[in-house]
Design a protein around this ligand. Structure first.
Ligand SMILES: Nc1ncnc2c1ncn2[C@@H]1O[C@H](COP(=O)(O)OP(=O)(O)OP(=O)(O)O)[C@@H](O)[C@H]1O
Ligand SMILES: [Zn+2]
Length: 715
């Protein structure tokens, strides 16, 4: 029985739409008019169009409803669409063509095609409310209209195609939830129902009831499938929205986006770094470089001013200097002073193993920069991208990358407002094409800071921490010859850390000295147990150096003496030049040799020739180097004259032995002078060694107190 009780009805709303789309045959009606009439009788030969015109019946059979009695179908439709039958005969402008189609149906099946009405526009006009209500849950209106469209277009052209092809077609064009229904193996469904009734020997009288029951079950199953499909669709939609949000978030988050971009490689974008907070004020001890870059700042501030006068500024500026001297900082300061975007790139970023990636990164960088001119592009480690174009398996595509860089630099006019600043530690490694006029044609040297520069840098970084009034940055600056800005910053930072570890409130000279020694000679080795004998030898050895330094006129002033093991040494004496030495006199060089000799002389005098140690080897290294340079480079040997001897290995044996002879004499004389001083100041030597054994480390003032024969205050 087709009982569409109120409890079943909600479920029926689902298959109704199926029924509608399945039964819907919206091919142009005029076609079916002309063909159906003329060929409807030839059953055995089934021409193309007849298959089409019988499509509704096929669909009915799909449901196993083909043999339902008219009365039963009426009942079903009445239950689905109350009042439907009353309005059936209302004419519409489509009506005429429907009649012919209907008459064909009638000829074929012996009854009227009730469901035909369901498909007509008339139905919607008359029963829009009811249908709307039925379909509202899952919004079938659009679905219905859609299915109408695709059927019209496709069904006519592929009628003779095999079933499998049809299925494939259906799969492509049908809305997903209709597919399940359409894909059903039509023939087998019908057969199985008919077969079932035969095999079960169902009597004629009960066959109707059986079919009704079957149809009911079918409708329920369809409802269930629809529900499942629907919730699946909803889940998919939610996942899709979540995915979209995820991608959006990924692109918005700067940290993630950077990572994302670097991994995408080819189309990686470049973001400028605005460096408003970095100005020339932040870069200390490189006054000349700052002055040279000042005009670039002016240009970036006002490019028109330069263009009007016809002046041309360099496109590229090469900052040359050792690591950590502030090249990056200077470039940032240029952008900061001019208040323009700063694009940072490191040469190694362009050095890619993959073809074209490096070149494409350069392209992106310049494209972005040009769009945001005036601006500064900074390429750190320029030598790793712009090095001499040597083919190497490690950098297979470097040639491409550097060619791209050259092309980009040629690609814009000098006054376009883009300034490229490159930095390198090895200018000689750069490709010549890069440093010719029109590319990096301006070179600015950024040297290691001198004592004044170092003092300024130390003051600058000391001002960022808490430090004691007694701290004299100049003393530290004098003891840190050759330190770069970065190393001095590190020194101050290490001192602050040391003070914090020791629980001090402020950084004093002690911490600064400590961190200086740590950087110069490695960390202290407090845990090393040194026996008293070795400690004593070390104390006399170091005191020997200190005594010579103290009593030799041209030696550098003493800064500190210690017998605390540090790095590879057991102790050391540090001397401070009053100033950076640009030149050294003969007397100063000899004094340095004498001070070096002091250690071994002390060992020999105190412990005897048999007890001298290996500890003086590095002292002799220093002394020998000085002596050798005096003879072969500085023309300071009377015997060998004012002449330089660069490659001593290629010299004649006589000259070689003459040089050796001279060096030996210089060293022996130095040794003798040191011996003389130590013999003369044996008492002071002993006092100093004992003070070192007691206090381990003595600074310049304490050394002076001891050597003057006064007593040290107990620390
Ligand atoms: N002249 C300086 N004045 C102040 N700070 C400096 C100076 N030089 C270096 N520094 C400090 O050291 C840090 C590192 O310096 P920077 O990166 O600019 O050196 P660099 O010359 O570019 O080194 P590299 O050649 O290794 O890239 C800077 O961020 C800054 O804190
Ligand atoms: Zn020594």
């Amino acid at each position: 029985m087709f009982s569409l009780s109120s409890t079943v009805q909600p479920q029926v709303t689902v298959p109704l739409s199926h029924l509608i789309s399945a039964f819907h045959s919206p091919k142009p009606v005029s076609v079916s008019v002309s063909t159906s009439v003329s060929q409807s009788k030839h059953r055995d030969v089934v021409p193309e169009h007849e298959v089409s015109s019988s499509e509704p019946a096929l669909n009915l059979r799909d449901l196993g409803l083909s043999e339902l009695k008219i009365g039963q179908i009426d009942q079903l439709v009445e239950n689905l669409l109350p009042g439907f039958h009353k309005g059936r005969n209302v004419s519409s402008h489509w009506h005429a063509s429907h009649v012919s189609a209907q008459s064909f149906f009638e000829n074929k099946y012996g009854h009227l095609d009730m469901f035909h009405a369901l498909r007509s526009s008339y139905l919607f006009r008359q029963h829009s409310r009811t249908l709307q209500r039925l379909c509202s849950d899952l919004q079938y209106w659009p679905v219905f209209i859609q299915s109408r469209g695709f059927k019209t277009l496709k069904s006519r052209t592929r009628r003779l195609q095999s079933t499998s092809e049809r299925l494939a077609e259906t799969q492509n064009i049908a809305p997903s939830f209709v597919k399940g229904f359409l894909l059903r193996d039509r023939g087998s469904d019908v057969e199985s129902l008919d077969k079932l009734m035969k095999t079960k020997n169902i009597p004629e009288a009960h066959q109707d009831a059986f079919k009704t029951g079957f149809a009911e079950g079918f409708l329920k199953a369809q409802a269930l499938t629809q529900k499942t499909n629907d919730s699946l669709r909803r889940t998919r939609l939610i996942l899709f929205v979540l995915l979209l949000f995820g991608i959006y978030g990924l692109l918005k988050n700067p940290f993630l986006s950077v990572r994302f971009r670097t991994t995408t490689g080819l189309d990686s974008a470049v973001d400028p770094v605005q460096m408003k907070n970095v100005t020339f004020e932040h870069v200390k001890g490189v006054e000349e470089a700052k002055q040279e870059l000042q005009e670039v700042v002016e240009f970036l501030k006002n490019p028109q001013k330069f263009t009007v006068l016809g002046g041309k500024l360099p496109k590229g500026i090469l900052l040359v200097g050792p690591p950590g001297t502030g090249k990056t900082l200077l470039a940032r300061a240029v952008a900061g002073e001019a208040d323009v975007p700063f694009y940072y790139a490191s040469g190694s970023e362009f050095d890619e193993m993959f073809v074209g990636v490096g070149a494409s990164r350069i392209r992106n960088l310049f494209r972005e920069a040009k769009a945001n001119a005036p601006c500064v592009i900074f390429i750190d480690e320029l030598d790793s991208v712009g090095g001499k174009r040597i083919e190497s398996p490690m950098h297979p595509y470097s040639r491409q990358t550097i060619n791209q860089l050259l092309a980009e630099m040629d690609g814009f006019k000098p006054n376009e407002g883009v300034i490229i600043i490159g930095a390198t530690n090895f200018p000689e490694a750069l490709d010549n094409a890069l440093i010719r006029p029109g590319r990096f044609d301006m070179q600015v040297t950024v040297p290691r800071p001198d004592v004044k520069g170092r003092t300024e840098i130390l003051k600058w970084y000391l001002n960022k921490i808490k430090f004691d009034k007694s701290v004299d940055p100049e003393i530290i600056a004098r003891g840190t010859v050759g330190f770069s800005g970065a190393e001095l910053e590190n020194l101050v930072n290490q001192a602050a850390l040391k003070a914090a570890v020791d629980g001090k409130e402020m950084v004093t000279m002690k911490e600064l000295e400590f961190s200086k020694d740590k950087i110069l000679m490695g960390p202290e080795r407090r845990s090393v147990e040194i026996d008293n004998k070795n400690k004593t030898i070390t104390a006399y050895h170091e005191s020997g150096h200190a005594i010579i330094a103290y009593y030799t006129k041209d030696a550098m002033p003493i800064n500190k003496a210690t017998i605390m093991p540090r790095g590879p040494t057991l102790g050391h004496v540090s001397l401070l030049p009053e100033n950076d030495r640009w030149n050294e006199t003969r007397a100063q060089l000899l004094a340095q040799m004498d001070v070096s000799m002091g250690g071994r002389v002390a060992e020999e005098l105190i412990f005897g020739t048999d007890h001298i140690t290996t500890g003086a080897s590095s002292d002799f290294d220093i002394a020998t180097k000085i002596a050798k340079r005096m003879v072969t480079k500085f023309g300071m040997s009377e015997k060998l004259g004012v002449m330089t001897y660069s490659d001593t290995g290629k010299l004649s044996p006589e000259t070689q032995s003459a040089i050796e002879q001279e060096i030996r004499i210089l060293l022996r004389e130095s040794y003798e002078r040191a011996k003389h001083i130590l013999k003369t100041h044996a008492k002071e030597h002993k006092n100093l060694a004992e003070a070192l054994l007691t206090y381990e480390t003595l600074d310049a003032k304490e050394i002076q107190i001891v050597l003057e024969g006064k007593k040290l205050e107990v620390r």
